[in-house]
Design a protein around this ligand. Structure first.
Ligand code: GLU
Length: 448
């Protein structure tokens, strides 16, 4: 007993010592590893094969220079990353993030999370993440194109439909995937649709991929509430962020009869007690690429709170869909005091460890990102299926598949938590479920 706990403490200490300064990576590793003691007790072979130690070490890490020129001809240098974390269950799969905060520690935390998330989907995909410290904000279309071309000019040699299949994340959407795909096609002389997902449905993308992460989060919430004899219908909700995940989480909430009263961006919060007008958000963010403050200029009934904290707005369902560590313990306590019943993560690791503890202690329905937001990457796997069979499915069929996948993810996480003595704890359920699937394949493949 004590021996296993000591082993887990040693693994975490080793990761911290060998990866100095990578605080988000330390946080992600600690959060998962802390829940795995019961697994080593039940399956001592995973300790013997040092599976946790191996999973914490990425299979490969690529860092490269990305030079590009802005519209005035000035030269800029960014840093590109791709971390292939684990390929036990399939080719490396995970998004690319373009944001000034991107560094190796961020990419590694995301790649680590992705490995578990992808295993939880039950689809044949390994875990990876990549990106660059490039800031797309305020850049022209041409600048974004030149950046993407330069980025892919190095990255292409590490990709392939059976090797590594990137997609989008923060700062990378259909436009960027288009430029990246164009450059890959040009350099390799191959129209290899399955090398990137999140493509436009007009040239090999899947319908529902754009909506999938946000829709999936709401399907997950619906399942959590169903277990408690409840549903999202009629609930007051807040959704942080106003990017792709937030927009389609709001859309599905509204379709299911919930009222969304707030969303945000990194500058401030929009509070619209009538209910957020989604068409306005979509136009501002997807077409005009402006800040969310523009919403209040068009809707005087809504309030814009510059630098405000969205979590002080009373709600029953809260979906953090912006970025890591956006929801801390104090904010969780405010949410709970205001009657919040359910929190599900559309972003990756948006809740701090203290925030997670507070949610679990209060017995709130809490869906961690690696389960709740897995609908995005699961639909990427559906895109890969369509590409492999040179087929294109209807919106209705693809959405039905997504819904079934989210229901199964919820069911499997719930059952795993119960099996390991923590009923209703989706953190335990998701971590152990993901770990067991990866571990079994790794043992089968021998020491590689
Ligand atoms: N970036 C998304 C995630 O965090 C999607 C990755 C993908 O579709 O490959 O899961």
């Amino acid at each position: 007993m004590a021996e296993i706990d000591a082993r887990i403490r040693r693994i975490i200490a080793d990761v911290m010592r060998r990866n100095p300064g990578e605080t988000e990576f330390h946080q992600a590793v600690t959060e998962v590893t802390e829940t795995l003691a019961p697994v080593l007790r039940k399956y001592p072979q995973y300790a013997e094969h040092k599976i946790i130690e191996r999973i914490c070490e990425p299979e490969r890490q690529i860092i490269f220079r990305v030079p590009w020129q802005d519209d005035r001809g000035e030269v800029h240098i960014n840093r590109g990353f791709r971390v292939g974390f684990n390929s036990a269950l399939g080719p490396y799969k995970g998004g690319l993030r373009f944001h000034p905060s991107v560094n190796l520690g961020i990419v590694k935390f995301l790649g680590f999370e992705q490995t578990f998330k992808n295993a939880i989907t039950g689809m044949p995909i390994g875990g990876a993440k990549g990106g660059a410290d490039f800031d797309p904000k305020g850049k022209s279309d041409d600048e974004v194109m030149r950046f993407c071309q330069s980025f892919m000019t190095e990255l292409y040699r590490h990709l392939g439909e059976f090797t590594d299949v990137p997609a989008g994340d923060i700062g990378v959407g259909q436009r960027e995937i288009g430029y990246l795909f164009g450059q890959y096609k040009r350099i390799t002389n191959r129209y290899e649709s399955g090398v990137l997902t999140g493509k436009s449905p007009k040239w090999g993308g899947s319908l529902v991929r754009k909506e999938a992460t946000g829709y999936g989060v709401v399907y997950f919430v619906e399942e959590m509430l169903k277990v408690r004899g409840d549903s999202v219908q009629g609930k007051t909700c807040i959704v942080s962020g106003s990017g792709n995940v937030a927009i389609y989480a709001m859309e599905k909430l509204q379709q299911l009869g919930a009222k969304v009263v707030a969303c945000s961006d990194s500058n401030g919060v929009i509070y619209d007690p009538r209910g957020i007008r989604l068409e306005t958000v979509k136009r501002i963010k997807e077409v005009e690429r402006r800040r969310i403050s523009a919403y209040a200029e068009e809707h005087p009934e809504a309030e814009y709170r510059a630098g405000g904290n969205i979590w002080t707005i009373p709600c029953e369902v809260a979906l953090p869909c912006a970025t890591q560590n956006e929801l801390d313990e104090a904010s969780v306590r405010t949410l709970l005091a205001n009657g919040c019943l359910a929190v599900a993560e559309g972003a990756n690791m948006p809740t701090t460890p203290g925030g997670v503890r507070a949610l679990l202690e209060a017995g709130a329905a809490y869906g961690p990102g690696k389960a709740a937001n897995a609908g995005g990457v699961a639909t990427s796997a559906l895109e890969m299926q369509q590409n492999a069979s040179r087929d294109a499915w209807t919106f209705e069929y693809t959405e039905q598949r997504l819904r079934e996948i989210m229901q199964k993810i919820h069911h499997d996480c719930y059952a795993t938590a119960e099996e390991f003595g923590c009923p209703g704890n989706y953190v335990v359920g998701a971590n152990i479920l993901g770990f067991l699937r990866v571990a079994e394949a790794m043992v089968a493949f021998g020491l590689i």
